[in-house]
Structures are given as C-alpha cells and as structure tokens.
Design a protein around this ligand. Structure first.
Ligand SMILES: [Ca+2]
Length: 238
C-alpha cells in the first residue's frame, strides 16, 4: 500500500510540475504574443485586393533574358503600420495624352480586373504615366498591374519618383529592368517579369516625393503600353 501511495504522490508531484510548466509555457506564449503585437504596431505586411484570374487568347512566346516568372501568390513587404493607399483617385498625366483604349483615370480607380474596360492602352514606343499625389509624401511601396489576361513581360519598366513634375531634378529610380539601356534612362539591374494578377510590388523604402512616374516600352506580345492599376502606398507629409 505504501508503495502505491508513494507512486501516487510521485504522479502528483509530476502533475503539479507539469501543470506549472504548462502555465509557464502559456505565460511565455502570452509574452511572445504581446511582443509580436508590439512589433506589428510598428510594421505590418502590406496586402491588397488581388483581382480574379482571367487568362484569354493564345499564349505568346516571352523572349527576354533573366525573366522572372509570375508568382503563385501575392507578394508582400513590411511597411509602417500607418501606411495608407495614397494614389486612389489621384490625377494622372502621360506622355500619350490620348490613349488608344480606355482612360488614364483607370490607373487609379481601384479596379484591377483583367477584361475589357479596365485597362488603358498607350501608343507604341517608350511611354510614361505619372501619378500626382498632390503633396510630398513618404512612399513605402508601389504595386503595379500592367495587364494580366495574358502572360507577357513589359520592356524597360522604369519606376521613378520626384518632387519635380518634369522629372528634371531630384529623381530617385526605384525600379529599372531596362537591361540594355534601350530607353536611355540608364541601364537597370532589375529583372524583366511576367505579368500576373498578383501585380508587381516594389519597395520604395520611405522615399519622399510627390510624383510617381512609370515608363514602359511595349511588351513581349505587342508594341503597346498598358496599365490596369497602380497603387502607391505611404504617408502624406504633414
Ligand atoms: Ca484600374
């Protein structure tokens, strides 16, 4: 009987410590949760609404070097938690004032669907569009959808920001995949990429600027330039 009592008391001791251990684990988990909440108050993963898949037409070959394939899920980067979508409804200027299809307003109207009526087509050759954020802003990210109903890559994608509407001075280049300097904006080291519904997310790293300009020079399926939506994330300067 005594042996059984001893065994029971040993079990009780283990149960006690076991219980204590799990309490400690819970406590440390709570602390861990608290700590991660603290981190998330400073920075968060940037997400956006991703449009549905709509692939149409005959696939065309994509012949460019160092091609980055389309992602299988939405990209993300960490941004400050007070980051806002600054570009929605903001005015657009362009090198081609009279788009062949659609309107420049489509670029900041919040619609990212692939079909007819959602994209603007600019003429062939090197063309740019420019978003006016209306005030110097801290820019954390730029998310771009050129066209996603066909797998294709746009040539000479160059993304610049500046406080000068003419981009004559104080220009910061955030992305440039013009690997052979065919657009004469300077040779870029970023890779050509396949368009998809997930868009192209560029880290702007808090660069301050009022204007965002995006260049392209046709694509691997035709010579035209297209935009469905461009989102600029950041914080307006006080
Ligand atoms: Ca749009």
């Amino acid at each position: 009987m005594r042996a059984i009592a001893n065994i029971i008391s040993i079990i009780c001791v283990f149960a006690f410590f076991g219980c204590n251990d799990s309490k400690n684990q819970n406590l440390s988990l709570d602390e861990g949760t608290t700590s991660s909440v603290t981190i998330s108050e400073e920075s968060v993963s940037l997400t956006t609404q991703i449009p549905p898949e709509l692939i149409e037409g005959t696939p065309q070959p994509i012949k460019v070097p160092n091609l980055e394939l389309a992602p299988q899920k939405a990209p993300t980067i960490l941004v400050p938690n007070n980051t806002d979508l600054l570009s929605i409804g903001m005015p657009i200027a362009a090198s081609d004032d009279f788009p062949i299809i659609g309107e420049l307003e489509y670029i900041t109207d919040g619609d990212k669907d692939a079909g007819e009526g959602y994209f603007v087509e600019l003429m062939d050759g090197l063309q740019w569009i420019q978003i006016d954020l209306q005030a110097p802003s801290v820019i954390n990210a730029i998310w771009i959808w050129h066209y996603h109903s066909q797998k294709r890559a746009y040539h000479d994608v160059v993304v610049q920001v500046s406080n000068d509407a003419n981009f004559a001075s104080n220009v910061t280049t955030l992305f440039n995949n013009d690997y052979d300097n065919s657009s004469e904006l300077g040779k870029g080291s970023d890779f050509p990429y396949v368009e998809s519904r997930f868009g192209k997310l560029i880290n702007a790293e808090g660069t301050e600027a009022r204007y965002v300009r995006l260049y392209s020079n046709g694509n691997t399926s035709n010579d035209m330039n297209h935009y469905i939506e461009v989102e600029v994330y950041g914080k307006s300067s006080p």
